[in-house]
Design a protein around this ligand. Structure first.
Ligand code: SF4
Length: 367
């Protein structure tokens, strides 16, 4: 409700949290870096200028929190390949312009492929119900969106409907980023919407393994500032545990119904996250018993034959990988706002509304 939103943006309480952060950071022996792994967090932080409220020795950096940005190029290539074979390829708007090795889905559409932008997997299902042609839903996003894909698959789709899953699973990539020597973060803000599904207890193993505290945070300015205060308190006290700063939505165990749907349909598989690394168990793939609705099983996707020796079109100057690893900001990229803009994106971080470059282009980064 609008009144509730205003409550979580109350300027006096914002100031109180700001002062608390100032106090907590005043005598720190060395600066603190905190990472979040969520495009929605970055949108809120940038949109409300929250970095400008932070003490200079407290850095909040964005990690691999944009599902579109981490969709690997061969996954985009698979979608483009299928679109060019004559299927109706349905996907979210953010994926439309992400560059593949040879071309994006937008370019494939311009050349005659039937690519449709949808807002929910149910729309893809509806398209399939209204045609005899094959409809492939190119499914991207983290576990939050994967639950919706699972629900569609379990709803009994028609035979001409299939899913090309590029869904990703966040907990394993936190392990990778925590181990990157160059990243060096002292705490993690976990995404409240993903934790609504998984529950906050899932992070306890991570904390035990890496000795880095985690605070689950919501998305309003006061949610984020309050979570930062609690995280800095944990870091100062040397307490390695999980705190749930979003209790109005997140429970210890999460949404069991959603988890049941998710793991009924998907299993984890290791794979590359674009620009980040090979992430063990970081991809969500359809279980074998759902092969009948899995585009990879239904169609022969001859990528290497189709690609030939086409080199990827991405410029070496694109720093998306370093940005998602938390070791560079969009302002470090020479192309930011010049050759690379939302109208002329060079990398995926400028395409997606959850990409750091796109967000900083729209709102500024305040570093
Ligand atoms: Fe890549 Fe463009 Fe971001 Fe530079 S500004 S890192 S080229 S997406």
């Amino acid at each position: 409700k609008p009144s509730e939103r205003l409550e979580f943006r109350d300027p006096e309480r914002v100031q109180a949290f700001r002062q608390a952060l100032d106090r907590l950071c005043r005598d720190l022996p060395k600066p603190i870096s905190i990472m979040h792994v969520c495009g929605t967090h970055e949108q809120s932080i940038a949109r409300f200028g929250l970095r400008s409220l932070l003490p200079p020795n407290l850095r909040v950096i964005m990690g691999p929190g944009c599902p579109v940005c981490v969709t690997d190029m061969p996954e985009v290539d698979e979608a483009v390949y299928l679109a060019e074979q004559g299927v109706i390829l349905a996907t979210f708007g953010d994926m439309f312009r992400v560059p593949g090795t040879r071309k994006s889905l937008a370019e494939a559409k311009a050349e005659g492929a039937d690519v449709r932008v949808i807002y929910s997997p149910w729309e893809a299902l509806q398209i399939a119900r209204e045609t005899d042609r094959e409809v492939v839903f190119f499914a991207t996003g983290f576990e939050t969106t994967a639950v919706a894909t699972a629900a569609v698959i379990l709803s009994g789709p028609p035979k001409n409907f299939s899913v090309l899953s590029a869904h990703k699973y966040i907990p394993p990539v936190m392990e990778i980023v925590a181990e990157m020597p160059q990243t060096r973060v002292q705490g993690f803000l976990a995404a409240g919407h993903a934790a609504t599904i998984t529950g906050w207890k899932i992070f306890e193993r991570f904390v035990a393994r890496h000795g880095i505290p985690v605070v689950v945070a919501g998305f309003e300015p006061l949610d984020i500032l309050s979570a930062l205060v609690q995280l800095v308190e944990l870091i100062r006290r040397g307490e390695k545990r999980v705190v749930n700063a979003y209790p109005r939505c997140v429970t210890p165990e999460g949404n069991r119904n959603a988890q049941r749907l998710l793991w009924e349909v998907f299993e984890t598989e290791s794979g590359v996250w674009r620009g980040i690394a090979y992430v063990p168990n970081g991809n969500l793939r359809l279980r074998r018993k759902y092969a009948w609705v899995d585009a990879r099983a239904r169609f022969e996707i001859r990528l290497s034959e189709w690609l030939g020796d086409a080199p990827p079109r991405l410029t070496q100057e694109c720093l998306c990988g370093n940005i998602m690893a938390g070791i560079a900001t969009p302002y470090d990229c020479r192309l930011f706002g010049k050759e690379c803009t939302p109208e002329t994106p060079v990398g995926a971080c400028m395409v997606s509304s959850e990409g750091a470059c796109r967000i900083w282009y729209e709102y500024g980064g305040h570093v």
